[in-house]
Write a protein that binds this ligand. Structure first.
Ligand code: G6P
Length: 466
C-alpha cells in the first residue's frame, strides 16, 4: 500500500474538541483519515510573517505537516481569491465576487509555497489527494516540478455552469488547472456536468469514453463521489454527547417543547436570512407553535474579516432581534441564536434531541450536517430533516421534506409539516435516508475515490487483480 498524502487548506487537528466552524471538508477528511492514516498537509491556521519551517506532528494514525501563511498570503490567497472570488462564484453569488489581479497572483504564490513544501516530503510511491477550491493549481505545479505520482483532486463545493464560470476573469485557467489531475471528483452530477461542459465548450476540449476528458495534450478523468459521514460511529458519539452538561441543560430547558435545530457556519450560502424569515412566518401563521417550539440556531463565526460575512452577520442579528422582539415572552424564548460552536458529540446529541433538523442552504456542495442529523437519530423516534433542494445531499435524500431555500413560505410549510408528522411517517422517511448512509459512508467514499485513482494510474496492476 502506498502512503497517502492529503492536502487541504484547512486541517482538522482533533475530532471531538473542534469548535464546529471547520466545515464539511475537515469533518469528512478527518473521519476518513483517522482510519486509513497518512500525511495531512495544510495551513496551520496561523498568520506569521517570519519564515518558519513546516511543522511535523504525529497524532494517532496521522502525521500533520503544516505551514503558516504570511499576512499578504492570508489576505490575497485565503481571504482574497479563494474566499472572495471562488467561494461566491462556486455558490452562485457572482455579485459578491471581489476580483483583483493582485489576489489572483497571491493565490498562485500560496499554491506555489504549498508545492515547494510538498516537494520536500513526497516519496515516489505516495498517492497525493488534493482537496478543494483553495488548491486548484497545485497539481500542475507539482507536475511542472517533475512529480510523477498519482494525483487526485476532490472539490467539496459545487462547480458552476460555464455561463457563471465565465464571470470570473481568466476562468479558463480554473478548467485547465483541474485537467492536470489524474482524477477529479465532484459531489453531484450537476457539478460534474458543469466541469465537462466547461472543458468542452469553454476550452474546446473533448469528452471521451469512461468519463475521460481531453484538452490539447492533457487527459483527465472526472467522476462523481458524494461525500458522506461515519455512519456507524455517530449514534455512539451522540450517546456520549448526552452525558455532557450542555446537553442536559438544553434538555431541561425545553420542558417538552419541540426543538428545531440548525447548525451552519455563519455563511451567506447557508440561507439563514430566509430560514429566520420562515420561522418568523411559522410563529405568525401557526399559532399552535407559540410557546410550544424552540428554534436553536448554532452558527459559529466564519471568515469574519471578509466583508460579505460581516454584512451577513449584521443582517442575521436584525432578523433574530425581530423574532425575539415580536414573539418572546418573559418565560419563553422562541429563538436561541448562538455564534459559537460545541464539541461534535454534544452537537450530535442535540441533533438526536431535535424534532426537526433545518438545513436550507441556498447552494451547498453536499452539506454534512444533513447527513449527520439523520445518522444521529433515535431509530424508534426519529426527527424530520427539512432539506434544501439546492444542497448536494438532496440528490440522495428524496425522503427528506424537500424545500426551495428561496421560498420562505415553502420553508414555513415544510417546518409545519415536519413538526406535525406522525411517528410511522417519520420512521419510514428516516429509514430510507439511513439506508443511503449505511450503504455509502465516509470510508466507502474514500475507498471508491482512491481505488479509481489507483486503477487509472496503474492500469496493468488493476487488470491483473481483476
Ligand atoms: C467549506 C469548505 C472548506 C472549508 C470550510 C470552512 O466546507 O469547502 O474547504 O475549510 O468551509 O471554512 P474555512 O474558511 O474556515 O476553512
Amino acid at each position: 500500500m502506498s502512503r497517502l498524502i492529503v492536502v487541504s487548506n484547512r486541517v482538522a487537528k482533533t475530532d471531538g474538541a473542534t469548535k464546529g466552524s471547520e466545515g464539511g471538508l475537515a469533518v469528512g477528511v478527518m473521519a476518513a483519515m483517522e482510519k486509513a492514516g497518512g500525511v495531512w498537509f495544510g495551513w496551520s491556521g496561523k498568520v506569521e510573517n517570519k519564515n518558519e519551517p513546516a511543522k511535523h506532528e504525529v497524532r494517532g494514525n496521522i502525521e500533520y505537516v503544516t505551514v503558516n501563511l504570511r499576512q499578504s498570503e492570508y489576505n490575497q490567497y485565503y481571504k482574497g481569491y479563494a474566499n472572495s472570488v471562488l467561494w461566491p462564484l462556486f455558490h452562485q453569488r457572482p455579485e459578491l465576487m471581489r476580483y483583483s489581479d493582485a489576489d489572483l497572483s497571491g493565490y498562485l504564490q500560496a499554491n506555489n509555497k504549498f508545492a515547494n513544501e510538498l516537494l520536500k516530503i513526497i516519496q515516489p510511491d505516495d498517492t497525493i489527494w488534493i482537496h478543494d477550491y483553495h488548491l486548484i493549481p497545485l497539481g500542475k505545479m507539482l507536475r511542472d516540478a517533475g512529480i510523477k505520482n498519482s494525483i487526485g483532486f476532490f472539490l467539496h463545493t459545487p462547480f458552476p455552469s460555464l455561463d457563471l464560470l465565465r464571470t470570473v476573469p481568466g476562468y479558463q485557467k480554473i478548467l485547465k488547472g483541474l485537467l492536470h489531475y489524474d482524477l477529479v471528483g465532484f459531489q453531484t452530477q450537476a457539478d460534474h456536468m458543469g466541469f465537462c461542459m466547461g472543458v468542452a465548450q469553454g476550452l474546446g476540449g473533448e469528452i471521451l469514453k469512461n468519463d475521460r476528458l481531453r484538452f490539447e495534450d492533457r487527459h483527465c478523468t472526472a467522476r462523481v463521489y458524494p461525500i458522506s459521514v461515519e455512519t456507524s460511529a455517530l449514534p455512539e458519539a451522540a450517546t456520549a454527547g448526552e452525558a455532557s452538561d450542555e446537553y442536559k441543560r438544553l434538555y431541561n430547558s425545553l420542558a417538552d417543547r419541540k426543538l428545531i435545530i440548525g447548525v451552519d457556519r455563519l455563511d451567506y450560502s447557508k440561507g439563514l436570512v430566509q430560514r429566520f424569515q420562515a420561522y418568523d412566518k411559522l410563529l405568525g401563521h401557526y399559532k399552535e407553535f407559540i410557546r410550544k417550539a424552540v428554534y436553536l440556531q448554532i452558527s459559529p463565526t466564519s471568515r469574519g474579516d471578509v466583508q460579505a460575512y460581516g454584512d451577513l452577520a449584521k443582517r442575521i442579528d436584525r432578523e433574530a432581534g425581530h423574532i425575539i422582539g415580536t414573539y418572546a415572552d418573559f418565560d419563553w424564548m422562541p429563538l436561541r441564536y448562538l455564534n459559537r460552536g460545541f464539541r461534535r458529540r454534544t452537537i450530535l446529541a442535540m441533533y438526536r434531541l431535535a424534532n426537526v433538523g433545518l438545513v436550507t442552504p441556498l447552494k451547498d456542495g453536499m452539506n454534512l450536517v444533513a447527513k449527520e442529523y439523520v445518522a444521529a437519530q433515535n431509530p424508534e423516534n426519529p426527527g424530520v430533516l427539512v432539506l434544501s433542494e439546492l444542497a448536494g445531499a438532496a440528490d440522495e435524500f428524496d425522503s427528506a421534506v424537500i424545500v426551495n431555500p428561496y421560498d420562505v413560505s415553502g420553508i414555513t410549510g415544510g417546518l409545519a409539516q415536519a413538526l406535525n408528522m406522525p411517528l410511522d411517517e417519520r420512521i419510514d422517511r428516516w429509514r430510507k435516508m439511513m439506508d443511503v448512509l449505511e450503504q455509502h459512508d465516509i470510508h466507502a467514499w474514500q475507498k471508491s475515490f482512491l481505488e479509481d485513482l489507483h486503477s487509472l494510474t496503474h492500469p496493468q496492476i488493476a487488470q491483473a487483480v481483476n
